[in-house]
Design a protein around this ligand. Sequence first.
Ligand SMILES: [Zn+2]
Length: 341
Amino acid sequence: MARLTVISGLNRKSAAVFLVESAGRRILLDCGDGLEPGEHPDLAGLGRIDAVLLSHAHVDHAGALSRLGEIGNPPVLATARTFGFLPAAERPVRTIEIPEAGAFRLGDLQFTTGRCGHAPGGVWLHLRTARGGFIYSGDISLESPGMPFDMMPAAATLLIDASYGDRDTSLAAQMDDMAAAARSGAVLCCPAAGRGADMALAMEKCGLDVVLDDVVAAEFAAATGRSLPATDAKRARPDQVIIATASNAESGLSRQLLARGGFRFIFSSHVPKASPACALIDGGNAQWMAWNVHPRRRDILALADHCGAKTVLPAFVDMKEAPVLSAALGSRLRLERETEI
Ligand SMILES: [Zn+2]
């Protein structure tokens, strides 16, 4: 028998921490930190963990790795690119690389991975179980122009990224809207190891000249094999379309340009209440525009059908705010803390 226990990540956008117990092993799926200041997952009482499996390097999935000592200093499994994106101070001592699209074993447990379309090097995870298989999606997107999504295999239980709840607009339309809004110059903010290269490709396709900060320039070169002009806090001009980290002007070039003043900001990530982005948007001094990096409602339903899932746990969302998705999932919807998988 295998059992899933939600430590954090159900009923709202928060740290991803899920426990799977099977064949005598206790595995953590992701080890994220909270997105609001002072918000940290409760790892006390988890006991000894045998291994941590990371879906990708974003803070809400990997930001609590500095606390591995609380759970017995287990080895961490992730793809080579995901390890590469972790801040040096948070890189675990014991690491095991897993494939971006392939299979691996942890003792008697058999896992399969596929590329997630949400972050470079990010993966979804499938675990073979006696009850028909289990998938943890991590964060996924089926719409990225530059990051592939590998279709998932069959699974009876699906723990799936539903961050957007009922949102169902397409990324293609959002790209056109953002290009129109940015045409006379804007700072388009994005996270490291995320959609920066996609944003550059999309703005280029809409006929805009873009400049990139060092982080996005490196990601663009890795994704496309070519380069676009890089900029910095001194050379950037308000009439340019600048793609810059970090997502909410809390660090990086976006923060430096905010301090310099005179730039228009467009944000498109989840906006924590204490972030500079939140204050700017609330004060009417910046725009927030949608840019899908998570699945639309139709994608979640299509994946649930494709996998033949009998049980679907929508993660990272308050399902009270997603009535259409709730109704469409029907008897498959599950929001319990513990599930046999
Ligand atoms: Zn993510």
